[in-house]
Write a protein that binds this ligand. Structure first.
Ligand SMILES: Cc1ncc(COP(=O)(O)O)c(C=O)c1O
Length: 331
């Protein structure tokens, strides 16, 4: 039994989104509210960090090190978790020119507020992030022992957090006539891997469907393969693991690039649910869900669970003026 440190408010609610269902005319849409795992500590990353934080403590670490984009939810959650646990934190943050953002907004503002040490790096340096993080951990010795968390906390420990999440959902849908689709934004892969593990452990009480937010399905599969390889060094994999159904049909302009059509759909979804969708992850995923329903890709399902993976601070780092203006004109 691997320990975890409780950081998230669990279980998160599973709510019916009836107005969205009526408007989009597909399967019944439910929302798994991981945007409610906390406020600063909101979203899917917190579930993974519960396992990393426990492992860090067990290793005697007093510092957490991780990496992500300048608006990374994962870095924000890690930095705030470190603050809560009384640990130091170093973040390697990717910007186009390796310089701090001119205006800290959204998650980046919270990176600053958390008290973490921020190291801005260019994309080519970011490609070497694992080495940079290990080097820093070495430099901090012997004064501090650091625990390095990979991008998105998507490794064996992070996967455990989401396997637990999937089992939590399985309890909530017990007795449903047919397995629902579980629709979610997939990026560094830990969320998808954990859900796949949970689906196998709960005799496929749901079907895992991931929509990429920027990478190809091949790239997502490579990440999943790395997580499974690490997992199999710790334990045997269930025999009945089924690969997730992944799509890269809705990556649009790529990671962090958002079209007006995507933004309009996010606005529509907010106005039909009262929930916030960030342009980079959940916004892309909700757009993908609407398009997939229109295409008939979910016709086999009576129910679809949209896993709300959080990321709400992202709305404060994005310019919505084009779509807000247009929808005002339309009214
Ligand atoms: C809000 C949000 N949703 C979804 C994801 C994707 O999760 P994963 O990286 O585990 O694939 C992320 C990852 O950064 C995220 O921040």
């Amino acid at each position: 039994m691997i320990d975890k440190l409780p950081l998230a408010n669990l279980p998160t609610p599973l709510e019916a989104a009836d107005r969205l269902t009526r408007s989009w005319e597909g399967p019944r849409i439910w929302v798994k509210r991981d945007d409610l795992t906390g406020f600063g500590l909101s979203g899917n990353k917190v579930r993974k960090l519960e396992y990393h934080a426990a492992a860090a403590r067990a290793a005697g670490a007093t510092t957490l090190i991780t990496a992500g984009a300048a608006q990374s939810n994962h870095c924000r959650a890690t930095a705030l978790a470190a603050a809560q646990l009384g640990m130091s934190c170093h973040l390697f943050l990717r910007t186009p020119d390796g310089r701090p953002l001119a205006e800290p907004t959204g998650n980046n503002l919270l990176h600053h507020l958390s008290g973490a040490s921020l190291h801005y790096i260019k994309p080519d340096q970011y490609a070497q992030r694992d080495r940079l993080m290990e080097e820093l951990a070495g430099e901090l010795q012997p004064a501090a022992t650091a625990w390095v968390i990979p991008e998105g906390a998507s490794d064996y420990l992070g996967m455990l957090g989401f396997a637990e999440a999937g089992r939590e959902l399985a309890d909530q849908i017990e007795g449903w006539r047919k397995p629902p689709a579980v629709w979610h934004a997939s990026s560094s892969g830990g969320t998808t891997a954990g859900l796949v593990m949970a689906a196998a452990q709960t005799r496929h009480s749901f079907v895992v469907m991931g929509t990429s937010v920027g990478d190809t399905v091949e790239e997502l599969n490579e990440r999943l393969a790395a997580i499974w390889a690490e997992t199999s060094r710790h334990r045997s994999l269930p025999k009945n693991v089924l690969p997730p159904i992944l799509t890269d049909a809705y990556i649009g302009g790529g990671y962090g690039v958002v079209s007006d059509a995507e933004l309009s759909c996010q606005l529509e979804a907010t106005r039909l649910t009262g929930l916030l969708f960030d342009p980079v992850y959940t916004g892309k995923a909700i757009y993908a869900l609407r398009e997939e329903i229109r295409r008939g890709g979910l016709d086999d399902f009576d129910d679809v669970v949209f896993w709300h993976t959080g990321g709400g601070f992202g709305v404060f780092a994005h310019d919505f003026s084009a779509v807000i203006g247009r929808s005002a004109e339309e009214r």
